[in-house]
Structures are given as structure tokens and as C-alpha cells.
Design a protein around this ligand. Structure first.
Ligand SMILES: [Fe+2]
Ligand SMILES: [Fe+2]
Length: 169
């Protein structure tokens, strides 16, 4: 799945994002399963979306970048005290988009990917491009795989995406 040649094409597309402290801080935040942090989940979604879009001739760069930033909400969603006035499921895409816009220059597609990734739950915000459909689908598949513990512990993550970072085992 994570083959080296594709990885070499993928990494330059997200290198600047992975150097950002806020993006890196997602590695300390939980996501769907205890052993897969929000950053590792986002990397998995990003990389798979990149692969699918590359295969179908879609915008693989937007998929990689939007996929990596789609959950940049930057709080522990399991701890209600960190977001007392917010319905996480419905509102975290808007928070992630605001956080991403505050740090990076986003294309229209990247912004759409982040904002619509919870569709159809967020029924009023449908996909604006095919890349959004791809990322949203990969997000749901990854969430299920993580919940069912189907994501192997050896999944390349931060240590591969950011060479030089301490290896995680
Ligand atoms: Fe999300
Ligand atoms: Fe997600």
C-alpha cells in the first residue's frame, strides 16, 4: 500500500505542511482508535486519497494536502471541556478550515475537501469537486479500519513523512 516510489512522489506535496508545529501537534491528539493519532489518521487519508486521485487523473496534490489538513481542528474531541459550545461531528470541518487558512494558502479544492469531508452528515455542504468525494470516502474507510484495528502497527506515519523525526514503534 505504502510503496516507496509513490511515497517519493507524495512527500514533496505535503512536506511544508508536515513541518508546521500545529500539524505535528495532531500526533498528540486521539482520533478513532487509541493507537492511531489524529496525525497518523490524516496521513493515511491523505496518502490513500493521493493514490486514488493519481490513478484516476484527478488533482492528487489537492487530495494529498486537503487530506492531511481535513481534521486540523486541534483539540481533543473526546474531551468535551476542550470544545464546550461545539457539536464536534458537525462543526469540526469549519474549525479545521479556519485553522488551515490561518497557516497556509489553500486552493479552492483544498478548502472544499476540508469543509465537505463529513458529507452527507453535513447535508448542507455537499462536495464541490471529485477530489472531495475521494478524500471523504477514504476518511470513512480509514475510520472503519481504525475502529476495527485493521490498521497495522507498522503503518508508516510521522517517522516516514518527516525524515529525521524520532522513529515510533
Ligand atoms: Fe473529520
Ligand atoms: Fe478524518
Amino acid at each position: 500500500m505504502w510503496n516507496f516510489r509513490a511515497y517519493r512522489a507524495y512527500l514533496p506535496l505535503v512536506e511544508d505542511l508536515l513541518a508546521d508545529p500545529a500539524v505535528r501537534s495532531m500526533d498528540a491528539l486521539p482520533q478513532h482508535a487509541p493507537e492511531v493519532s489524529c496525525l497518523r489518521h490524516s496521513l493515511l487519508v491523505s496518502y490513500l486519497s493521493f493514490q486514488v486521485c493519481r490513478f484516476w487523473g484527478l488533482d492528487e496534490r489537492a487530495a494529498a494536502r486537503g487530506g492531511l489538513l481535513h481534521d486540523l481542528y486541534l483539540y481533543n474531541w473526546l474531551d468535551k471541556s476542550t470544545h464546550p459550545d461545539r457539536n464536534h461531528a458537525f462543526e469540526h470541518p469549519r474549525v479545521a478550515l479556519a485553522n488551515a487558512r490561518a497557516r497556509f494558502s489553500l486552493t479552492e479544492k483544498e478548502a472544499d475537501i476540508i469543509l465537505t469531508h463529513m458529507f452527507p452528515l453535513t447535508i448542507t455542504r455537499p462536495y464541490g469537486c471529485l477530489e472531495s468525494l475521494v478524500v471523504s470516502t477514504m476518511d470513512k474507510l480509514c475510520a472503519v479500519a481504525e475502529l476495527l484495528r485493521l490498521v497495522p502497527r507498522t503503518l508508516p506515519g510521522v517517522e516516514l513523512a518527516a525524515p529525521g523525526a524520532p522513529a515510533r514503534r
